[in-house]
Ligand binder design. Structure first.
Ligand code: NAI
Length: 243
């Protein structure tokens, strides 16, 4: 059980992040939800977590791509909760388009949020992890980072980058008893994907024949928190899509 331990979930205000936050709370963890814009959504998830699981939960509005803002947020979380045991880097955006048409801004912004944002949060949490000689870092990558995806050069590069980041951090922190793993979801039904037109065509490409749920990813995150002898792993949660 995770009683007395604090989990930070970036992008915890909805979708996969909210499901991960709820799952870790159900195991007793206190929760810090980091989100970018929707105050009401973050507050609602937070209030539900407190009510349903009787744990402490607080919200922090922060753009994780901003180094100093991320630093202030991590400091505030430590002041409020004491220490951080679990960091889930889930915040992510898409700005899809064929590379031939993609603006520099759309490429950079996706890298900044998805990859630099994860680095920023790890960078500011790392001293605490080393000092306490324990902790769990989980980076939410994507099968796009493994297989590539036409129309997602920026997103796929950011998610592939997260896999390299995960393995390097896993090696750096293994001697301190801290694990770092990635989850690579396939198609998961959330706000990010709900408007995708070709859902039948997508299902036909998935060996298990269905689109995943945020709960499927949350279960994988709970497993990686429990698993003390797994580090540097990329766990696909994709119905077999990328095998
Ligand atoms: P979503 O769009 O529903 O939620 C994204 C979350 O990230 C929101 O809470 C938002 O506040 C937060 N966020 C966005 N920009 C931020 C920033 N600059 N700073 C702080 N927070 C920020 O997304 P969804 O579908 O729940 O995805 C979550 C993660 O899973 C993302 O990293 C996404 O790339 C990844 N993923 C999703 C898949 C899917 O099919 N939905 C498939 C593979 C990976």
């Amino acid at each position: 059980m995770l009683n007395g331990k604090t989990a930070v979930v970036t992008g915890g205000s909805r979708g996969i992040g909210a499901a991960v936050a709820r799952k870790l709370a159900s195991k007793g963890a206190d929760i810090a939800i980091v989100y970018s814009s929707d105050d009401n959504a973050a507050m609602t998830v937070c209030e539900e977590i407190k009510k349903d699981f009787s744990v402490n939960c607080r919200t922090y509005r922060c753009d994780v791509s901003d180094f100093e803002e991320a630093k202030k947020t991590v400091t505030a979380i430590k002041n409020n909760f004491g220490s951080i045991y679990i960091l889930v880097n889930n915040a992510g955006i898409t700005r899809d388009g064929l590379c031939a048409m993609m603006s520099e801004e759309d490429f950079s912004r996706v890298i900044d949020v998805n990859l630099v944002g994860a680095f920023n949060m790890i960078r500011h949490c790392i001293a605490g992890f080393i000092r306490q000689r324990g902790g769990r870092i989980i980076n939410i990558s994507s099968v796009s980072g493994i297989m590539g995806n036409a129309g997602q050069a920026n997103y796929s590069a950011s998610k592939a980058g997260l896999i390299g980041l995960t393995k390097s951090i896993a090696r750096e922190l293994a001697p301190r008893g801290v694990t770092c793993n990635a989850i690579a979801p396939g198609f998961i039904l959330t706000d990010m994907t709900k408007d995708m037109a070709q859902q039948d065509e997508i299902k036909a490409r998935i060996p298990l024949g269905s689109i995943g749920s945020a709960e499927d990813v949350a279960c994988a995150a709970a497993f990686l928190v429990e698993a003390s002898y797994v580090t540097g792993e990329v766990l696909r949660v994709d119905g077999g899509l990328a095998m």
